[in-house]
Design a protein around this ligand. Structure first.
Ligand code: G1P
Length: 292
């Protein structure tokens, strides 16, 4: 039986420059898809997968994230007095229990690999999940849960992958596919943001990982890769020499909410799935008369 995964890491230190001015004073992880912040989707997904300890790697101006996962007594009291029991119950359900969250800081924006490395003391010598909150999924069960099911059978390192249009491979980490049927196949290599002609496949790393703690020693070498940043993909590409990596082509799809198109599409798709919004939104969209 592989060692149980209890901890999840959420890198939330990014500057969010693609969403300025919205993200000048507000963390990008607090942007909402319909009425839930991006970070809440990632936390919900981790809790659904059985995660008990949530580690946030934050940076300057990210205090609101910590507040978001705290009690808000004044608000709770007001909801109670006004008889809004449903809203109150939902708020309480979204909240991890006392002592389940930890916060550490990435003091400089040196890349995803560096952000993950900043969590090493909080994670310790255990396997852990990693969720990039920009990436929001429509999937049932959640993508991390699907990966966890695969992990419990095979152990090692597990990476969620999805097909991407060949023109977009240079925006992501891309894996080389080895043997094994879907959904779990052996990964034989990976490369960060390749040119389309060098990409080993069109399967991209969509922001969900289960990793073994040996990754931290490799990250501590702080070697810079694509874009001059310390890349997680480069450390995984070294770890693959001694440990197995399985790609899980999960059921569902991702919305890259780090891009405006992904973010806007996610808002429409998630709203169309909401009984309280779908009919009205459809009517508004039809009234736009978009032609083609
Ligand atoms: C990071 C990873 C990349 C992955 C992507 C998913 O890139 O380095 O491998 O495909 O997240 O969002 P970033 O988006 O930080 O440039």
């Amino acid at each position: 039986m592989p060692k149980r995964v209890r901890t999840a890491v959420f890198p939330v230190a990014g500057l969010g420059t693609r969403f300025l001015p919205a993200t000048k004073a507000m963390p990008k992880e607090m942007l909402t898809v319909v009425d839930r912040p991006l970070i809440q989707y990632a936390v919900d997904e981790a809790r659904e997968a059985g995660i008990e300890h949530l580690v946030f790697v934050t940076g300057r101006n990210k205090g609101v994230i910590e507040d978001h996962f705290d009690r808000q007594y004044e608000l709770e009291h007001t909801l109670e007095v006004r008889g809004k029991t449903q809203a109150l119950a939902e708020l309480q359900m979204d909240l991890p229990s006392a002592g389940q969250t930890s916060f550490t800081r990435q003091q400089e924006p040196l890349g995803l690999g560096h952000a993950v490395w900043c969590a090493r003391e909080l994670v310790g010598a255990h396997p852990f999940a990693l969720l990039l909150p920009d990436m929001v999924f429509k999937a049932k069960p959640g993508v991390l849960k699907q990966m966890m099911d695969a992990y419990e059978e095979i152990g090692g390192n597990v990476i969620g992958v999805e097909e991407v249009h060949p023109a977009e491979v240079s925006s992501y980490g891309i894996v080389a596919r080895g043997e094994g049927p879907d959904p779990g196949f052996r990964i034989t290599g990976m490369v960060e943001k390749p040119d389309p002609e060098d990409a080993p496949s069109n399967l991209f790393i969509s922001g969900r990982y289960i990793l073994q703690p040996e990754i931290f020693a490799l990250l501590s070498e702080q070697t810079k890769g694509a874009g001059g940043e310390i890349q997680l993909t480069d450390a995984m590409q070294i770890l693959i020499r001694t440990q197995t990596f399985t790609g899980v082509k999960y059921e569902g799809r991702v919305f890259d909410c780090g891009s405006k198109i992904g973010f806007l599409t996610a808002n429409v798709v998630f709203a169309l799935d909401r009984p309280d919004l779908a009919a009205d939104l459809k009517r508004e969209l039809r009234a736009l008369d978009l032609g083609d």
